[in-house]
Design a protein around this ligand. Structure first.
Ligand code: SAH
Ligand code: SF4
Length: 354
């Protein structure tokens, strides 16, 4: 006996335009197409991007008629906050649900004594790369997100908390450079419509070589972060399967090109996994590999995910690795662990709450 599945369209957003995540040009086009003067787009943008308005009625300088019309033809957002978890350290992890039922995480971090509010955005549902240490990778690839959907993540948390994000890291679910066009479009929207400076936006990649060259052309201020994680191809390929396609020599050449073209330091991310890639000899090799490049290193002690056999190294091992790197370059930091109690830390974003 089979089931007949009824799909009821009860969603009030059906047929209405979703305004969150639109670029200003798209908003203007929508306004003009609906026979309203173009200046209304600026007013709307102000309420949506700056004031984090939750409904049209609260947009106090809009006419009554216009507000009514907006209610008939548009909705502010179609993302649902499926769950929200607050860590002991103040990190907030959102599980956000798109209308097609897919979920991604977006994480908000604040750092004591710093006024910055940093959000970590997702660019894909799942990820096709399948890195050995990453919870997202274990989930496989589901779909790319549109620029609008990436921007909507930030707008949703800004509305929920009534705050303005100051810094963005593209380090949530997915490989941003495998969703290149939509990632770049979203960066431009954040930069122009939300006035988040390019220097405050970091894109992290596992090393998609042709796209690193392309990215070097878009803006001199954008920060590139490379997930290095191993000093030689043999190990790197085991940890990051796409290392097979893009060997280290090519990846490093591309990163060097990026640093020279933009005049900015690149960030080198290096996960430390106990007994796998954290020996002093491996640190020496990293130093050799990065010779001649302007860089900062961000060491990330491995965060345990699922039933993986990998382990976090002891603080002594982390320090030993750090000291070898510092012989050549003092700009080495160990990433602060954020939200580990709510599985919001790097690599723990698997699209489900544990
Ligand atoms: N796909 C991109 C961006 C998302 S991953 C990339 O790989 O760079 C963001 C960062 O989290 C990367 O440096 C990634 O290697 C790191 N990461 C993934 N799993 C982790 C884990 N279990 N512990 C610590 N860091 C992890
Ligand atoms: Fe994908 Fe980055 Fe996770 Fe690797 S570390 S599986 S590239 S999200």
């Amino acid at each position: 006996m089979g089931f007949i599945k009824f799909i009821m369209i009860t969603d009030k957003t059906y047929n209405k335009k979703v305004l969150s995540g639109m670029s200003f040009q798209e908003l203007e086009k929508f306004i003009v197409e609906n026979n309203e003067p173009a200046f209304r787009a600026k007013q709307l943008q102000y309420w949506l991007c700056r004031k984090h308005a939750n409904d049209f009625q609260s947009m106090s300088n809009l006419s009554k008629d216009f507000k009514k019309k907006l209610e008939d033809i548009a909705v502010i957002s179609d993302i649902k906050i499926n769950q929200k978890l607050v860590s002991k350290d103040g990190t907030v992890k959102y599980l956000l649900e798109y209308p097609d039922g897919n979920v991604v995480e977006t994480v908000l971090m604040s750092f004591e004594k710093r006024p910055n509010l940093t959000a970590c955005v997702s660019t894909q549902v799942g990820c096709a790369i399948g890195c050995a240490f990453c919870a997202t990778g274990k989930r496989g690839f589901i779909r790319n997100l549109e620029a609008r959907e990436i921007v909507e993540q930030i707008m949703t948390i800004q509305r929920d908390m009534n705050i303005s994000v100051t810094n963005l890291v593209y380090m949530g679910q997915g490989e941003p450079l495998l969703n290149y066009d939509e990632t770049v479009k979203s960066i431009n929207i954040f930069n122009t419509d939300f006035e988040i400076g390019m220097r405050r936006i970091t894109v992290s990649t596992c090393g998609i070589v042709p796209k690193i060259y392309k990215l070097a052309d878009i803006n001199r201020q954008l920060i590139l972060a490379l997930s290095l994680h191993a000093p030689d191809d043999e190990l790197r390929k085991k940890l990051i399967p796409i290392g097979e396609k893009y060997p280290l020599e090519e990846v490093i050449k591309a990163v060097k090109f990026y640093a020279e073209k933009t005049g900015r330091r690149v960030t080198i991310e290096y996960i430390l996994i106990d007994g796998v890639n954290d020996s002093p000899e491996q640190a020496e090799k990293v130093n050799k590999l990065l010779k001649g490049i302007k860089y900062n290193v961000n060491l990330i002690p491995y965060n345990p995910v699922g039933d993986s056999e990998f382990k976090k190294p002891s603080p002594e091992r982390v320090n030993r690795f750090l000291r070898v790197l510092e012989k050549i370059n003092k700009k080495v930091t160990v990433r602060l662990e954020r939200g580990t109690d709510i599985a919001a830390a790097c690599g723990q974003l698997s699209g489900e709450f544990l």
